[in-house]
Design a protein around this ligand. Sequence first.
Ligand SMILES: [Zn+2]
Length: 110
Amino acid sequence: MTVEKRENSMKARLSTIPPKVKTIDTRRGSGAAVERIRGYALQKIRLRILLRDGYACRVCGRASADGLEIDHVVPLHLGGKETDQNRQALCPECHAAKSAIEERGRGGKS
Ligand SMILES: [Zn+2]
């Protein structure tokens, strides 16, 4: 009797779970599809710059396989271009420091 009861509650649970999972999957699927296209182009640029810079931060020289960020040498808002010449690999610390300086300069200019 107890087993039967458990089976029944399991069946009840199973019948409620699939719709929930489906809803989440649809949302995730559509979101990922949009981001995948954007992310793919970015991944290609990222990989190209990292390979060129030898997977090392261009400021402090710290090497990292996956902890580096791609930075615009001349910020776009200062006329920098979306070219590889204007891109460099930076570690998060140097990137944050550079961004902070740029942010300050931006505020002082305007
Ligand atoms: Zn660095």
